[in-house]
Design a protein around this ligand. Structure first.
Ligand SMILES: Nc1ncnc2c1ncn2[C@@H]1O[C@H](COP(=O)(O)OP(=O)(O)O)[C@@H](O)[C@H]1O
Ligand code: SF4
Ligand SMILES: [Mg+2]
Length: 327
């Protein structure tokens, strides 16, 4: 995080409004019929500021990669807008689109499959980073996973973008290497004043790199807030459950955290539950949860949050801060 972002002062570089992606669900081989649609992303909104990192976290299949692909133009949204410095990039084409696109680059989860195996590393990344000359003529398979991800990052930076969308950049790496890659991303952020959308399926991975975190569930944001708000005072039962699964570093800590076990599977995004889509797995669910979709909003009594980062929760009962019943 840059000092500017820490103060919440950076200007917005990306403004995402009600972004949505429906994939058609088809049946039949000869005659394909559409029998429904998969709501991979169902109205997601956020602002990314200059020099800041937004962490997006959620279980597999919740729509993280679909958001990432829409941000960099690999998938076309079926709804909503993506404003890059005020221009709606979902409506640009041709040269104007290309000019904007170079400012938003992606780093992929799997450094191996995202690198062309027949290109040398020198060809892939050009002269963007000082590369040891002895590596220039090597191919991706001659590097370790962590080295390959560094190459993937260098390639993402080759066009000098302003925004990097990193889709689970460390999930495929050994834990010991993960921190090195995260540190590299942080150093590059400072050096080039980059803004990051950093995606992970694990809350602990994004904690230290993120200025703000969005917790995603079945195509929507369940809770958004600063690092302190999300990790210190989570208000959405889903966030609370995810955090309860993160090991507590200090076993002697007095506030022992109850482990909240999520029961049941993630419902299909082709047929999400009515009302709150988390209700089939929520231990707090009541009648209202099946009837009304909870809006992502700052709970009553918590509006005093300052700055551009709002601590918002898509739960009807978010103001009940009680995390888990005391035993
Ligand atoms: N090309 C596609 N066609 C149909 N469904 C898709 C496609 N890509 C992703 N999906 C579905 O959209 C949902 C979200 O996927 P994805 O964005 O990859 O989630 P995540 O990255 O969080 O694991 C999943 O249910 C997935 O099966
Ligand atoms: S709205 Fe209801 S089901 Fe949804 S998270 Fe809140 S309590 Fe649980
Ligand atoms: Mg993914």
């Amino acid at each position: 995080m840059s000092a500017e972002a820490a103060a919440g002062a950076g200007e917005p570089v990306l403004d995402v409004r009600e972004l949505a992606k429906l994939y058609p669900l088809t049946r039949g081989i000869v005659v394909r019929r559409q029998i429904g649609s998969v709501r991979a992303v169902d109205t997601v909104s956020f602002t990314l500021r200059k020099g800041e990192t937004l962490g997006i976290v959620g279980e597999s299949g919740c729509g993280k990669s679909t958001v990432a692909k829409m941000l960099v133009g690999l998938e076309k949204p079926t709804g909503g807008r993506i404003l890059y410095r005020g221009d709606d990039i979902t409506r640009l084409s041709g040269r104007a689109l290309k000019a904007v696109r170079r400012n938003i680059q992606m780093v992929f989860q799997d450094p191996y499959t995202s690198l062309n195996p027949r290109m040398t590393v020198g060809d892939i990344i050009g002269d963007v980073v000082g590369l040891n000359p002895e590596y220039v003529n090597r191919y991706p398979h001659q590097f370790s996973g962590g080295q390959r991800q560094r190459i993937g990052i260098a390639r993402g930076l080759a066009l000098r973008p302003e925004i990097i969308v990193a889709d689970e950049p460390v999930s495929a790496l050994d834990v010991s290497v993960q921190a090195q890659v995260v540190n590299l991303l942080e150093r590059l952020q400072d050096e080039f004043d980059l803004s990051y959308v950093f995606i992970a399926h694990d809350l602990s991975v994004v904690r230290h790199i993120s200025d703000r975190v969005a917790v995603m569930y079945l195509g929507r944001f369940a809770e958004t807030g600063t690092e302190d708000e999300i990790y210190g005072h989570p208000t959405h039962p889903y966030t609370q459950a995810l955090l309860s699964a993160v090991p507590v570093p200090d076993p002697g800590a007095r506030t022992r955290r109850e482990r909240i076990l999520l029961t049941g599977d993630v419902p299909s995004p082709a047929d999400p539950p009515s009302g709150c889509r988390f209700r089939t797995r929520c231990w707090k669910a009541r009648e209202r949860c099946a009837l009304e979709v909870p809006a992502l909003a700052v709970p009553e009594g918590f509006e005093q949050v300052t700055g551009p980062a709002r601590h918002a929760s898509a739960c009807h009962f978010a103001e009940e801060r009680q995390v888990v019943p005391e035993d």
